[in-house]
Design a protein around this ligand. Structure first.
Ligand code: PRP
Length: 207
């Protein structure tokens, strides 16, 4: 599985703001929005383009556009905070939704919502979720997409734990990962260390 770590100084400064426990929810959401723009920008570097004719005020020339804009899939709740930034950069995209909550005892995902096109063959998908911890949630999400025929999945994460990367790799799903950091590991509550806490709670408050 391809893994791209976006180590741009501006991405790393937004990541640091998100890690800081003193950052309030408004600033946390702002940093996540800006960081998502940078992650999506880097992810899109390899997207195929097509040429088409345009007229400048001076002359006719050739322009460039995405050949096949991706479907955006934020994983609720925490991925919602990435949705507007990704859509801003990819305004031609459509959006689907998957709702997953990780069981606090088993750490396995429980699906409570899915709103996706029935047939995803030929459609690239950009999955948005700030955290790849054990990998259970993103494996579940990517499997939903692959079951609908998707063969081209890019996951945008703020943070990834090595165990989650390994789980996605072992899944053999057609996925690549773009993240701002590969962190040290997981604690006994399966939180990413050093991490940033719970990205859903930090944006939207505890449930
Ligand atoms: C968090 C996070 C991921 C998942 C990561 O969501 O946003 O979806 O946990 O953990 P995993 O890799 O071990 O599956 P959570 O279940 O806390 O739900 P929320 O987004 O509603 O807060």
């Amino acid at each position: 599985m391809d893994v791209l770590v976006v180590d741009h100084p501006l991405a790393q400064s937004r990541l640091t703001a998100m890690r800081d426990a003193r950052t309030d929810s408004s600033s946390f959401r702002a940093a996540l929005h800006e960081l998502t723009t940078m992650l999506a920008y880097e992810a899109a570097r390899s997207f195929p383009v097509e040429r088409y004719p345009v007229e400048t005020p001076v002359v006719a020339t050739q322009g460039t556009r995405l050949a096949n804009p991706p479907l955006l899939v934020p994983v609720l709740r925490a991925g919602l905070g990435m949705a507007n930034a990704a859509l801003g950069l990819l305004p031609e995209s459509s959006m689907g939704f998957v709702g997953l909550a990780r069981d606090e005892r088993t750490f396995e995902p429980r699906a409570y919502m899915e709103s996706l096109p029935a047939d995803l063959s030929g459609i690239p998908v950009l999955v948005l979720d700030p955290m790849l911890a054990t990998g259970g949630s993103l494996e579940h999400c990517c499997r939903l997409l692959a079951d609908r025929g998707c063969t081209d999945i890019t996951v945008l994460c703020v943070l990834a734990a090595p165990a989650g990367i390994e789980r996605l790799r072992r899944s053999n799903l057609p996925v690549r990962l773009v993240t701002a950091s590969i962190d040290e590991g997981l604690n006994d509550q399966m939180f990413i260390v050093p991490g940033l806490g719970d990205a859903g709670d930090r944006q939207f408050g505890g449930m």
